[in-house]
Ligand binder design. Structure first.
Ligand code: SF4
Length: 427
């Protein structure tokens, strides 16, 4: 099977490219050129029930929702409901990040149940299986690791976060800088660092990068170069260890593209507002414009319980400066496994934020909807308002719950409705 990158480089326009160009409202030939250059990737679309989604240069910012069991709560029914809620709420992609229960069964069931492109972090399953088989994640073998990669790709995983960029030199940088204020917060990253230190060995995903690429390429699974050393505190943002990993990931992105594998690069994490633009410029410049997948970012460390908001602020800024795929954060971040309501709130907050960024990033292609909404609001035309709102049903339910009766305005200002009063002079 040829990857979308190979097809684009051959000058071929695939069905997936047509669908993405149509969804984005752009010319398919321009899309093909960006895919050929590696500045756009297409995830999904390879299974019958899966929609292809474009991520990258000139396309709308996409929102990822992550779900998955933990070692404490492993309920497949709950994860299926969360997957459904993510779809209903407008997520563009879904990451299945289970670490508890029958991992093959959970992944296959979720992939079967959702039309969203599904991503994974194969290191999770690899370390879980090593713990089950040998009683110790540090006994993970290279063969088991690559077997998990292949198994997940064969199941139809659309994109995969693989932590190839953590090497011994990056760990040395972490030691030399005196560790971190916020520690290591990537599950896969921290466990891989532990494995490398325990075994005094280089990361096999870095050392055998060609093997990683060959496996993913075979299935056209998009390689998402994982951010295993991402900062978990704004004070650690852009520290030397993280920049070291980013640099390696950007080099690897170039190597993957040369091997015709679709690739994107993952970013942080926790980032203060004034460092978001820098992070994006560095990634885009060093990777040759590979799509950037940012995890949040959270712009403060003290929003516990409301981290969907701290992330939404980061998402709006990231989207505005050119990040391409943004991972949602739920209100339960740092506190516990998200439930369905957390997923709903997290996705919707992220969608609003991504749209706000797109108004600047994509200008007229997106801002038109806001203009239509403003006019509907001015006209006190509620049906039009609900049709332009990102979440029209929610808006309608809120209005209905505090009905103004026969009035055309709302119960906020009642008879002092500014619009009704001003419109009679101008309309
Ligand atoms: S009552 Fe106030 S809030 Fe409601 S539509 Fe009129 S101006 Fe807007």
């Amino acid at each position: 099977m040829k990857t979308q990158l190979e097809l684009a480089r051959d000058g071929h326009i695939s069905e997936e490219m047509r669908k993405v160009a149509h969804a984005e409202g752009i010319d398919v030939e321009i899309l093909r050129q960006r895919i050929a250059k590696g500045t756009v990737v297409i995830v999904g679309g390879l299974r019958q029930n899966s929609q292809p989604v474009g991520i990258g240069d000139g396309l709308g910012s996409k929102v990822n929702a992550s779900i998955g069991t933990s070692t404490e709560i492993a309920d497949l029914g709950l994860e299926l409901r969360k997957a459904a809620v993510a779809l209903e709420s407008g997520a563009d992609t879904l990451m299945e990040l289970s670490v508890g229960g029958d991992l093959d069964k959970i992944r296959r069931t979720i992939i079967e149940a959702t039309p969203l492109p599904v991503g994974t972090v194969p290191l999770y399953q690899a370390f879980c299986e090593a713990t089950e088989r040998y009683g110790d994640p540090n006994k993970l073998t290279e063969e088991l690791l690559f077997d998990v990669l292949e198994r997940q790709c064969a199941d139809g995983v659309a994109f995969m976060a693989v932590h190839c960029g953590i090497n011994l030199y990056a760990i040395e940088r972490l030691k030399r800088q005196g560790y971190r204020h916020g520690g290591l917060v990537s599950k896969g990253g921290a466990t891989m660092v532990g494995w490398m230190l325990a075994n005094e060995r280089e990361n096999p995903l870095y050392e055998r990068f060609d093997r990683v690429v060959e496996i993913l390429k075979k299935y056209d699974t998009v390689l998402s170069l994982g951010n295993g050393l991402r900062a978990g505190a704004i004070a650690d943002s852009l520290d030397r260890a993280q920049i070291q990993e980013l640099l390696i990931n950007c080099e690897l992105a170039e190597a993957a593209r040369e091997m015709d594998c679709q690739v994107m690069v993952e970013g942080p994490g926790h980032v203060p507002l004034d460092e978001i633009e820098t992070s994006i410029i560095l990634e885009k410049k060093m990777s040759g414009g590979a799509p950037y997948y940012m995890l949040g970012p959270l712009v403060t460390d003290v929003g516990a319980g409301y981290d969907h908001i701290t992330a939404a602020i980061g998402i709006a800024m990231s989207s505005r400066y050119g990040a391409d795929l943004l991972c949602y954060i739920t209100p339960s971040e740092h506190l516990g496994l998200p439930n369905e309501e957390d997923v709903r709130i997290g996705v919707k907050a992220a969608k609003v934020a991504a749209h706000a960024g797109d108004i600047v990033k994509l200008r007229g292609r997106v801002a038109e909807r806001d203009l239509d909404m403003s006019r509907a609001r001015r006209d006190l035309d509620w049906e039009r308002q609900f049709s332009f709102a990102l979440f029209g049903d929610d808006a309608r339910a809120m209005r209905d719950s505090r009905s103004p009766g026969a009035e055309h305005n709302c119960t906020m200002c009642g008879k002092f409705c500014a619009l009704a009063n001003a419109n009679r002079h101008f309309m």
